[in-house]
Design a protein around this ligand. Structure first.
Ligand code: ZN
Ligand code: ZN
Ligand code: FE
Length: 760
């Protein structure tokens, strides 16, 4: 049979994931000649041989791909035969356009772990063992195409043994760019609290000893430093908390195996699958009581955030411990430290010892955090393991750089039909985070080769991202309303063009009337929205201060419901508060000093949490609302009444009757669990009924839920059930967070749609 030759371009995540050795072996098995090389689009292949074998080859390309590869497109075209019978791997070639997708960082594989614990292996106990199926990627890459000299491994010259593996297409380490061994690769060092190296044969054993003594260890990981402490040792955890100035927020823990996790958490099979996935996120699990963990790891919390070890170093460190606290190596509110010297300086007084190494991290990446919704993980913080995998959009659009929001910031860059949402950047409230924000943008632009056509920003005039956008003149700036961006972020990952009924419920977002929104019913498509309804306005006493102090919101809603009689109520909330403070805030409310109006559902949750005695002052963002959800038992509750009126053509959901009924329950001494249950049921019913009225009026039957309030699963599940029972289609998002971490995606798609619309 006559030979044919075919050129094949493969797009997707095909570099640095063992794709070339896989293709090499496939071609040899089928007796085909030709070559493969990485290029900036992905990989380029030419094969030559019998027509049937070439057909089998194309099928194999789609069906037998290595575990980390993700093929998004295969194009083939015929060529003239050259009579080539051998198959080779060619050196990479840099092209002008760069659309090759970069793999995220991946947990160490079982093969590498087995070698690391094998005393006869040349990498026995070597903490940087990796292969084409595992190891660092995104955090060590400086440019594309992905080759060793474009990574932080470039300073380590491979020894002959490593070079032989690297060059052997039959080896698991063929072209594994971070390939290394104890002879030629990175090394760990233990530093004392002042940053001086401690001469030890086995620095890891020294670090383990420090942990056993109850000390706090800073560990350099994949995307940055962790602070580690023995999770069973309450004194060690207390030290870590006081050093880090993190008194209450739950701390994540890490274990090496599922059996250990099962001793302190109740897991479902789906949760275990996600825990063991190559991304290794922190999964929020139901905590067991009693628990072998110290109670101050996650105080007053029904949940525990746990992850499985994902670097070889973690496995060596954790062998003696069922669980270590592993929390970001930073002061609260600052970005995670990545550089050795930087860590020693910034974590001075926080860590007792530092376990560092000399493989540089180029881009800091926090641990991702997910919570399961049935079988599917929902992102709470999307970072390591997921970035830079794109969200695929329903259509190509002009390239946009979206700057995100203020808290839980991420940025998003789009190219054609791909949206690259950055890792969690953090709260843009200090200089260090702002620098990291800049660096992330520059880095993503370089490795993705994106020249944005426009910038997208939030409407809030005080956000740092707004100031950044307005301080430049090169690019057009498109403002996107906060809650519209939330809704579009969900539409984008769901592939919806709209119009839909967008239900955006969160803490705070700047409204187009200058007030603070957060309980919004929008008729939304990608480019625009109309506000069809909202939660009634209440005074936000003292602005931002009311967000940190839920008791102020409680007073505000009491005022709304009872007017001047609010102070005569016989409820523990008022007995607890200082009368002078109460008087002062009531003045602030009456005169609206420094106090915008807010339609935020998050603030109503805060107010109720304070009223029923869960939390008067929040130790971290969203704490009061989270405690209210945790106080809600399973089961059916009789909902409080909400009134819904129509004002100037908009539906306004009014909580006055609800507050009055709740106060009656408080006066009657009802349990807070019951009140929380009735409150959740009331919010679900009010949102569902209003949505149904909007659906009847507009004819729209698809409802999209987004915004931080929908991290509350009682609310989200209950509302989706109510809407679906009524015959509507109700959807929410999973790939990017419903909280402000997802805003950048919505901004980017909205701005893209407006440019497409303007071009028509
Ligand atoms: Zn491996
Ligand atoms: Zn070596
Ligand atoms: Fe928001």
């Amino acid at each position: 049979m006559a030979s044919i030759r075919t050129r094949i371009q493969v797009q997707g995540i095909v570099q640095g994931v063992g794709f070339r050795p896989f293709v090499h072996q496939l071609a040899r098995r089928l007796g085909l000649g030709g070559f493969i090389q990485n290029n900036s689009y992905g990989v380029e292949i030419e094969v030559e041989g019998g027509g049937e074998a070439v057909g089998d080859f194309l099928r194999g390309l789609r069906e037998e791909t290595p575990p980390l590869a993700r093929v998004t497109g295969i194009e083939s075209s015929p060529l003239n035969t050259l009579g080539q019978s051998d198959f080779t791997i060619r050196a990479s070639e840099a092209l002008a356009g760069r659309t090759a997708l970069i793999s995220p960082d991946v947990a160490v594989c079982d093969d590498c772990l087995a070698e690391m614990f094998d005393p006869s292996d040349r990498r026995y106990r070597y903490p940087f063992i990796n292969c084409t199926n595992c190891g660092p990627r995104y955090t060590i890459i400086t440019d594309v195409p992905y080759d060793r000299d474009k990574t932080s491994m470039r300073v380590f010259e491979m020894c002959p043994a490593c070079a032989a593996e690297y060059g052997d297409p039959a080896d698991r380490r063929f072209h594994a760019q971070p390939n290394a061994c104890p002879v030629c690769g990175p090394r760990v060092t233990l530093l004392d609290g002042a940053g001086h190296p401690i001469p030890l044969d086995d620095p890891i054993a020294g670090a383990v000893e420090a942990l056993h003594k109850g000390l706090v260890l800073a560990v350099k990981g994949l995307g940055g430093f962790h602070l580690a402490a023995d999770a069973a040792d309450a004194d060690a955890v207390r030290r870590l908390r006081s050093h880090k100035h993190r008194e209450e927020k739950p701390l994540a823990v890490m274990s090496t195996d599922m059996e250990s996790i099962r001793t302190y958490a109740r897991t479902t099979p789906e949760e275990e699958t996600v825990l063991a996935s190559i991304q290794r996120p922190i999964v929020l699990l139901r905590a067991r009581t009693p628990s072998p963990l110290a109670p101050n790891v996650a105080p007053d919390n029904r949940y525990i955030g746990a992850m499985l070890a994902y670097t070889p170093l973690h496995h060596l460190l954790l062998r003696d411990f069922p669980a270590l606290v592993m929390t970001s190596g930073n002061l609260t509110d600052e970005p995670i430290a990545i550089d050795n010297q930087e860590a020693v300086t910034r974590l001075d007084g926080i860590a007792d010892y530092f376990l560092v190494h000399d493989r540089d991290i180029y881009l800091r990446t926090d641990d991702s955090v997910v919570r399961l919704d049935g079988p599917r993980p929902r992102q709470i913080r999307r970072s390591r393991g997921f970035v830079p995998v794109p969200v695929f959009l329903r259509r190509p659009q002009p390239s946009i750089l979206a700057l995100g929001g203020e808290l839980k910031n991420t940025v998003c860059l789009t190219k054609q039909d791909r949206a690259f949402v950055s890792q969690h950047v953090g709260d843009l409230e200090n200089l260090l985070t702002l620098e990291f924000f800049d660096l992330t943008i520059r880095h993503l632009r370089r490795i993705l080769d994106i020249e944005p056509a426009a910038l997208a920003r939030d409407l809030h005039p005080e956000y740092l991202s707004t100031k950044v956008a307005l301080s430049q003149r090169e690019l057009q700036v498109i403002g996107v309303q906060h809650h519209h961006a939330h809704v579009v972020s969900a539409m984008a990952e769901l592939g919806l063009a709209g119009p839909v009924i967008g239900l955006a419920c969160d803490g705070t977002g700047y409204g187009d009337d200058g007030q603070i929104w957060g309980g919004e019913f929008l008729r939304a498509d990608e480019a625009g929205y109309e506000r069809l309804g909202h939660l009634d306005y209440a005074v936000l006493p003292g602005g931002a201060a009311a967000i940190k102090e839920p008791w102020r919101m409680a007073l505000s809603f009491l005022d709304l419901a009872f007017g001047r009689e609010a102070l005569d109520l016989d409820i523990p909330f008022l007995d607890r508060r200082n009368p002078d403070q109460v008087h002062f805030i009531r003045q602030v409310i009456a005169k609206r000093v420094n106090s915008p109006l807010t339609s935020s559902l998050g603030r109503l949750f805060d107010a109720v949490a304070a009223l029923i005695g869960l939390r008067d002052v929040a130790a971290f963002e969203g704490q009061a609302a989270m405690m209210l959800e945790m106080a809600c038992p399973e089961g059916e509750f009789d909902p409080y009444d909400f009134d819904v009126s129509e004002i100037e053509g908009r539906f306004v959901v009014q909580p006055q009757a609800l507050i009055r009924a709740m106060v009656r329950d408080l006066v009657d001494g009802r349990a807070r669990e019951e009140i929380s249950g009735r409150f959740h049921a009331a919010v679900i019913r009010a949102l569902a009924e209003t949505t149904l009225r909007i659906s009847a009026r507009t004819g729209l039957t698809t409802v999209v839920l987004s915004g931080g309030c929908f991290q509350n699963q009682v609310l989200t599940r209950g509302l989706i059930r109510a809407l679906e029972t009524a015959g509507l289609k109700a959807l929410t998002q999973h790939l990017v967070p419903v909280n402000d971490g997802g805003l950048s995606l919505g901004q980017a798609v909205c701005a893209g749609a407006r440019l497409i619309g303007a071009g028509r």
